[in-house]
Design a binder for this molecule. Sequence first.
Ligand code: SF4
Length: 263
Amino acid sequence: MHTVCREACCPNQFACYGQGTATFMILGRHCTRNCRFCAVAHGPEGPPDPAEPERVAEAVARLGLRYAVVTSVTRDDLPDGGAGLFAETIRAIRRHNPGTLVEVLIPDLQGDSRSLATIVEAEPDVLNHNLETVPSLYPQVRPEAGYRRSLGIFSRVRALAPAMATKSGLMLGLGEERTELLQVWDDLRAAGCALLTMGQYLQPSRQHLPVARYLPPEEFTELAELARQKGFAGVASGPFVRSSFQAEELYRLFRPAGPATTD
Ligand code: SF4
């Protein structure tokens, strides 16, 4: 069982575990891409394991998780980018844990609409896709990705499932300009994205991109307020904030908990 918590050396592991949240990584440990900020291993990976959805669902039950996040490396080698296994994992978690909320943090599926629909039809509570940074830095930070392609995921989810909560995440401190950051927020809001996370980029090793700037905590607080004014229902912003940090709290800002039976 892989968790991105471990694979990406997340600083929040114990805080999240304490809140009954964990992020499972499906589809193997090796990514087909090589983003310059990412600590995940790169290289060829074996075929998807059809037993993995059940294993994840059983782990959610054993851990008694209230909120489960499922993510994956990017599998550009698979025709559907792994969308089928994502959908199966959502359904398996639902079968074994009817009261558990499910968030999926998905790759861009190379912009394939059919693959995205496969995941949306499995009805996760939250569909998350990280833009990671501002468009002008994509060539240095995530050269195999496309800003417009990633943004397109939100507008397509809105067309397929208008009530679904969507979420994105940004790393700060890579050299982004404030004006471009504000534009990214506008683009996300225009595409229907409701939830946002912003955290400090930390260099995983000397082989990775250097940190351009460490933002002081008060700047994250200021940015959070500015982003809320743009209309995001929930914003988590702080030096150690990562995609799934305080995930359930953020979701509840978008969809407050109703009486338990209606969820
Ligand atoms: S696609 Fe995701 S897992 Fe792969 S290198 Fe980039 S950030 Fe890391």
